[in-house]
Design a protein around this ligand. Structure first.
Ligand SMILES: *Cc1c(COP(=O)(O)O)cnc(C)c1O
Length: 420
């Protein structure tokens, strides 16, 4: 037994009920959000409904996406064969980059194998190359943004979440001639709340800052052609670099940035997660391309998604079940206590065949566990009603706090120490 192995053996024994359990879910193409899963080892497979997938628009099973993917796989095979620099640029990569640049109204775009790699690679270069650059990063930014900024080595200031006065104070404190970069998301991934985009644009202009906007939870879903929240608000031009994923509303995998030619060129030349990894399989790029093209001209999926989100929010309001962001398609149900949250998630699965993962630290701050419910365009109205009724049953069964409750009620609440 080596010292290192010994350390992990002990560490994992002490981990107790913090150990991560992954439910094995079989999504069935054409039937999502229907899937099958086993409750526990040895249980028979049963039908469940998924309420925590980022395949928000069901593009992961859209016929146009599957057809494009299958045709490209037949034509080009499975993998891309290498990194873009060495051996892996396929005509579909080039087409997809042109399509994404056009979607966002930017001169150029660059694909990465994941959204995580896009943020990590792009920010490490954009924040890292200019001497004396300063970065301003929203407190709730995604781990991939944080890592990218860290890898840039730039001086960094974290501003309080969506707090424009704080951002301005930090901007004003730096010498006017220093290169500045503001990095933020349009829709925050855990609470689903929106950034004050117009205000950020205004501050950026006033202080001569470059902007980097992560629209991962908005591309495909907002704006008349699915270009995101900034496009929906008609202010996409105010932001220098937009970053998105092909893995959420576009239903496949991969990440990208779009922006000015010079920045795209520099990232292509220097970003390690671009240079030193195998490029996207052409078939997946073809599937993503079909999804982007489809959602540029079809709004039916966006409309169903928002209909389902608004219905769920109304049903939760009626039942006084607290959730975070009324304007969002992400319905994060506020529970607080980690153990209670996991218990609710387990009961939803066991008694109602509903799968919503409990989310706790490090994705959210300790003591602020949520059930991050993600309606999709493919849920039926009946699915939404069944889900709200199941939550209501469990809230009663466990005595979980409801909006407006005066004092904690029931034992579960007494243990929950901070339900919202
Ligand atoms: C999911 C996510 C990413 C990473 O995207 P992937 O394509 O899943 O790697 C980046 N930013 C935010 C805000 C995310 O939620």
């Amino acid at each position: 037994m080596t010292a290192l192995l010994n350390f992990f053996e002990k560490e994992m024994r002490d981990f107790g009920d913090q150990r991560r359990e992954f439910l094995e879910v079989r999504r069935r193409a054409g039937h999502f959000p229907l899937a099958t899963a086993r409750g526990a080892a040895g249980d028979p497979e049963r039908e469940i409904r998924i309420w925590c997938s980022n395949d928000y628009l069901g593009m992961g099973q859209a016929p146009c996406v599957l057809t494009a993917l299958q045709e490209a796989a037949r034509e080009y095979g499975a993998g891309s064969g290498g990194s873009r620099n060495i051996s892996g640029t396929n005509p579909i990569h080039v087409l997809l980059e042109a399509e994404l640049a056009e979607l966002h109204g930017k001169p150029a775009a660059l694909l990465f194998s994941t959204g995580f790699g896009a943020n990590d690679g792009a920010l490490s270069v954009i924040a890292g190359k200019a001497p004396g650059a300063v970065v301003y990063s929203d407190e709730k930014n995604h781990a991939s943004i944080i890592d990218g900024i860290r890898h840039s080595g730039a001086e960094k200031y974290v501003f309080r979440h969506n707090d424009m006065a704080h951002l301005e104070q930090l901007l004003a404190a730096a010498a006017p001639d220093r290169p500045k970069l503001i990095a933020f998301e349009s829709v925050y991934s855990m609470d689903g709340d929106l950034a004050p985009l117009a205000d950020i644009g205004e501050l950026a202009r006033r202080y001569g800052a470059t902007t980097y906007i992560d629209e991962v939870h908005a591309v495909g879903m907002y704006g008349p052609r699915g270009a995101g929240i900034a496009a929906q608000q008609g202010i996409a031009d105010e932001f220098t670099v937009v970053m998105g994923t092909l893995a959420k509303a576009f239903g496949t995998v991969g990440g990208y940035i779009a922006g000015p030619q010079a920045i795209i060129e520099a990232v292509r030349a220097y970003a390690r997660p671009f240079i030193f990894t195998t490029s996207l399989p052409p078939a997946l790029a073809a599937g993503a391309l079909a999804a982007v093209r489809h959602l540029k001209q079809s709004s039916a999926e966006r409309e169903s998604l928002l209909r389902n989100a608004r219905l769920l929010q109304r049903l939760l309001d009626e039942r006084r079940i607290p959730y975070r962001s009324p304007m969002s398609h992400i319905v994060s149900i506020a529970v607080g206590d980690e153990r209670l949250c996991r218990e609710i998630s387990a009961l939803l699965l066991r008694d109602h065949g509903i799968y919503v993962q409990a989310i706790d630290a490090p994705s959210v701050p300790p003591g602020q566990a949520i059930l991050r419910a993600a309606p999709s365009a493919t849920h039926r109205i009946e699915d939404v009603r069944t889900f709200a009724a199941a939550l209501d049953d469990i809230w009663t069964e466990l005595g979980v706090a409801r909006t407006g409750d005066q004092a904690p009620m029931g034992e579960a609440m007494a243990n929950s120490g901070g339900a919202q």
